[in-house]
Design a binder for this molecule. Structure first.
Ligand code: ZN
Length: 180
């Protein structure tokens, strides 16, 4: 009688292990692979953002095949000027208007460059704002406040097709402050 018991238990255990093994084998590798796939998918889907569709149409092959990061011979761009002024409207609200001018490596104004900037106002900030440069190379930022004090704007990044941002070539500092 005791023999049957001791025999039955290992067999049952072995059957259980055999039955569970495929499940364990299937379940274990799956999560890491899924996570990796998810990550690479996110990275890949982030790339096209650097290359707007409208620009893809202009230069289909040259700049976009490799993810729009390195065109054949990228130019360089820099901040040429950063100016601003705080005004007051008839209702007593303050308004900062700032202009960021972008040049290429030959100091020619660059249009269609996205300027990413952080803005601080007298009782808040930073807020991140993105504006495109106009044909004169200038991008306009504005921010309002109910109270007077110190204002600040920093250019965080320049993004333009066929051009790389060269922070070291800036003709002015990438941050400016104003008081009113
Ligand atoms: Zn310049």
């Amino acid at each position: 009688m005791p023999k049957q018991r001791t025999k039955g238990k290992p067999v049952l255990a072995a059957v259980l292990v055999l039955a569970l093994l495929p499940l364990v084998a299937l379940a274990r590798p799956a999560p890491p692979f899924e996570t990796q796939t998810d990550l690479s998918t996110i990275e890949q889907s982030a790339l096209p953002d650097a290359c707007p569709l409208s620009k893809q149409a202009k230069t289909p092959a040259a700049s976009c095949s490799g993810g729009c990061v390195t065109p054949q011979s990228p130019g360089e761009m820099h901040i040429a000027d950063l100016t601003g002024e705080v005004s007051i409207d008839p209702y007593g609200n303050y308004l900062l208007v700032a202009y960021v001018v972008v040049h290429d490596q030959d100091h020619a104004p660059l249009e269609q460059v996205e300027v990413d900037a952080s803005v601080w106002w007298p009782n808040g900030g930073p807020a991140r704002r993105a504006r495109m440069t106009h044909p004169n190379g200038s991008a306009r930022f504005h921010w309002g406040s109910h109270v007077a004090g110190r204002w600040k704007l920093c250019v965080d990044l320049l993004t333009g097709e066929g051009y790389l941002y060269d922070p070291g070539a800036g003709e002015v500092a990438s941050c400016a402050e104003w008081s009113n």
